[in-house]
Design a protein. Structure first.
Length: 92
């Protein structure tokens, strides 16, 4: 899994998380920074289903045509990766 948080207006990267080892805890907390305007923040993440093609297929089958979810999802059928965008609907 990879996660990236951006300020939509400035394009500033608030944090990037792309571990090379298995992780169980994720935080973008930075005590020296304050970010206002959460409505302008966009989180981009990915889940790699390579090696778990059946899970990928079931997820895609369930959500690819769901109007409430599909505008936030990108399906990479070649690499079996699902990209997810968490943001206010108005930013899409």
């Amino acid at each position: 899994m990879q996660l990236y948080l951006y300020d939509y207006e400035s394009g500033e990267n608030i944090f990037s998380w792309r571990p090379i080892e298995d992780q169980w805890w994720i935080t973008g907390f930075a005590p020296d920074k304050t970010y206002n305007g959460i409505e302008n923040q966009v989180m981009i993440g990915s889940v790699d289903f390579s090696g778990n093609e059946n899970m990928y297929a079931k997820f895609e089958e369930r959500y690819s045509d769901d109007i409430d979810f599909n505008k936030f999802l990108v399906f990479d059928d070649t690499n079996k990766v699902i990209w997810i965008c968490w943001c206010e609907v108005d930013l899409i």
